[in-house]
Design a protein around this ligand. Structure first.
Ligand code: IMP
Length: 174
């Protein structure tokens, strides 16, 4: 995949506008209650960083690293925790921040992990993108930015073989 083969799916302006809308919804929901935001590395790094800037409650940020993808654009179908060390989340409002829900295996693994280990005050799952068509689990994000069809997308945190995370837009190969 080469950068000049990419078509823009969501521009920087569209992404930033939608993030602000999501944050406004969250600000209403949490009503200044403290939130622990968990950024799922590496893909959600840009989204999480931009989203939390618009949240107006006290926030603690945590970072975990999971991996499900094999080489290139194929999912391995198995999720493994590369680093899932977390503080005590009992009684906390937990907001998981992901880049994309595809099969839903990662989202399911994470919500199960948190619910099996902690009695949180609330657990919400937020994903910038939702590829509903590829779902193999019954997981639905509580919040999502944009629904997309079955395309492999890159940019704004999402990668192909480690590249393109730094793009300010989300694109796909034409
Ligand atoms: P799931 O477990 O199948 O839902 O996949 C979730 C993870 O797969 C995401 O966190 C991404 O890292 C990766 N992924 C899924 N679809 C894409 C894509 O279109 N582009 C880049 N990464 C993707």
């Amino acid at each position: 995949m080469k950068i000049d083969e990419l078509k823009v799916l969501f521009s920087e302006e569209q992404i930033q506008k939608r993030i602000k809308e999501l944050a406004d919804e969250m600000n209403k929901l949490y009503k200044k209650e403290e939130v622990t935001a968990i950024c799922v590395l590496k893909g959600a790094v840009m989204f999480a960083a931009d989203l939390v800037k618009h949240l107006d409650m006290p926030i603690q940020m945590e970072f975990i690293r999971l991996s499900s993808y094999g080489a290139g654009t194929t999912t391995s179908g198995k999720v493994h925790a590369v680093d899932i060390s977390l503080p005590d989340l009992n009684n906390k409002n937990v907001l998981i921040i992901e880049d994309i829900v595809d099969t839903g295996l990662t989202a399911k693994f994470l919500t199960d992990f948190i619910n099996n280990n902690f009695k949180t005050k609330s657990t919400k799952f937020c994903s910038l993108l939702d590829k509903k068509i590829s779902r193999v689990t019954d997981i639905e994000p509580d919040y999502f930015g944009f629904e997309i069809d079955n395309k492999f997308v890159v940019g704004y945190g999402l990668d192909f073989d480690g590249y393109f995370r730094n793009l300010r837009y989300i694109g796909y190969k034409n």
